[in-house]
Design a protein around this ligand. Structure first.
Ligand SMILES: [Zn+2]
Ligand SMILES: [Zn+2]
Length: 493
């Protein structure tokens, strides 16, 4: 079924192209990029070794995406300078079409080339710019970046010389529409790719291709700093990990420490590895972060927990000492009415008014995160409010992301994770903030606080006493891996 074949100009091994749109192939024996043209096969030079990127698919996999059959033929590995990520070259409909498939932030992104659409010059792009892609519809820019193609394997739609820098913008449309404006090396030629964002369960792999050595699955991430085995909680979906044993933050693909931080001094309110059910979906808490910002000369700190659910993707629970706990959902920026920015924004038929804006900094991170997290990384945050609900915009590093937060009481969170309602999650709020459910209204005299603390301590001792007898550490809303674990991490799969 090869559409073209020959032998590698570098090592003589057989080279086969399975798809008409494949113009290059990385020789699996000598790793030379072999390009086909009228003159035959040419050698573009060897590609670098592939980094061990975490990934859910590999070359040779076949399956369906939203019911449409696909086959994975190749992949390129790109890097912004913070560590690599993968994009997969796939054939659709048994070779009738081709496109790119990528996994990011809990979703699959699939795009195909469309021709004859004009786009604005790369230099004029910025996040939230509206772009009209004609028959493909209207899109809004979320990300304007460049990445260097560092390696690849299998078949590819073109030959990329080593060090090729690709300039692009990712855009979202209504109803899960997605587009990439690919400016190539930004010398004039471009390609528009349009497609969709899919929830993970919509992709089904029916035939698994052979895994190369760097794609062998393991249940642990080895910390390159202390050698500790960190249980993988979100499968092969995380980019970086903050080690619960030594505190080092490492890039999973590069197996390199990117930052050192103190060991966890105390267990987070929701221990990493805890399982909880919200709205019928089971989530596992995979990371804990502390972030802060300067507000009128004072450092203001809050905590964030990253949750992951296979059918839903990623969600956040945020513990703010002023406002209490909230549940955070990502918002498709194409759904926003931004006409009254920066004073306000509308979404879902509601108007949100700007409350504050500042720079937020990541101070501490434990567990698995789905982006190239760095300690000290900052984003510009603007919060827009409507009652107790908040629409937040975070911008930094060429991208803008929006999310929606709704208050949630600690009692609800504790019950979902099987944690003590009287535990730490209900404490640590400013007097009169009303935050935290269980702790709400305890802003009285010092004596009253002491009495409450004693009562809480007794309750906690009672709760721990009852859990000591249950070493199962199973998942589910009542059990949770909180029980019977060791240290911050307590099992999970
Ligand atoms: Zn070869
Ligand atoms: Zn470690």
């Amino acid at each position: 079924m090869a559409v073209a074949q020959g032998s590698c100009p570098s090592c003589g091994a057989p080279i086969e192209f399975g798809l008409g749109s494949s113009l290059a192939k990385v020789c699996e024996f000598c790793r030379a990029t072999v390009v086909r043209s009228d003159r035959g096969l040419e050698n573009l030079g060897k590609v670098a070794d592939l980094a061990m990127t975490p990934s859910l698919i590999a070359i040779g996999d076949e399956g369906t995406l939203g019911g449409r059959p696909f086959q994975v033929l190749g992949r390129v590995q790109l890097d912004h300078g913070k560590g690599p990520w993968d994009e997969y070259y796939v054939a659709f409909d048994y070779g009738q079409a081709w496109g790119w498939l990528a996994y990011a932030q809990g979703h699959w992104y699939v795009t195909q080339p469309v021709h004859g659409i004009g786009i604005p010059p790369y230099q004029s792009l910025r996040p939230e710019l509206d772009v009209d892609l004609g028959p493909a519809g209207r899109f809004r820019v979320a990300e304007v970046k460049s990445g260097t193609i560092v390696s690849g394997e299998g078949e590819l739609p073109g030959g990329f010389p080593p060090g090729f820098t690709r300039y692009y913008a990712d855009c979202y449309g209504l109803n899960n529409a997605f587009a990439t404006l690919d400016y190539g090396d930004n010398r004039g030629a471009y390609t528009v790719f349009t497609g969709w964002v899919f929830d993970e369960p919509q992709m089904v792999v029916t035939q698994v291709g052979p895994r190369t050595a760097n794609k062998v699955k393991s249940a642990q991430i080895k910390c390159p700093s202390c050698g500790g085995d960190i249980p993988k909680l979100s499968g092969d979906r995380a980019e970086r990990v903050g080690c619960p044993y030594c505190g080092a933050i490492s890039d999973i693909a590069l197996q390199q420490v990117v930052a050192q931080q103190e060991r966890a001094m105390q267990m987070p309110d929701i221990p990493i590895g805890s399982h909880g059910v919200f709205d019928g979906a089971e989530y596992v808490c995979i990371a804990y972060m502390r972030r802060s910002s300067d507000f009128e000369g004072e450092r203001y700190t809050w905590e964030e927990y990253l949750l992951w659910s296979q059918p839903v993707g990623f969600r956040w629970l945020v513990k703010d000492p002023e406002t209490g706990w909230s549940w955070v959902t990502p918002v498709n920026l194409a759904e926003l009415d931004l006409s009254s920015m920066p004073r306000g924004a509308s979404w879902g038929g509601r108007h949100f008014t700007q409350r504050n804006q500042n720079m937020a900094r990541v101070d501490y991170c434990l567990g698995e995160v789905y982006w190239k997290c760095e300690i000290g990384e900052t984003t510009h945050v603007s919060d827009f409010v409507n009652g107790g609900d908040v629409l937040s915009r975070e911008e930094g590093d060429g991208e803008a992301r929006w999310s929606y937060s709704a208050p949630m009481s600690w009692a609800v969170i504790a019950q979902a994770f099987g944690l003590p309602v009287a535990g730490g999650g209900g404490q640590g709020f400013a007097a009169g903030s009303g935050g935290g459910g269980a702790a709400a209204g305890c802003g009285g005299s010092a004596m009253l606080i002491i009495i409450i603390l004693i009562v809480l301590l007794i309750c906690m001792l009672g709760a721990c006493g009852s859990c000591l007898g249950d070493g199962s550490g199973s998942s589910g809303s009542s059990g949770g891996t909180y029980r019977g674990g060791s240290g911050v991490y307590s099992g999970g799969k």
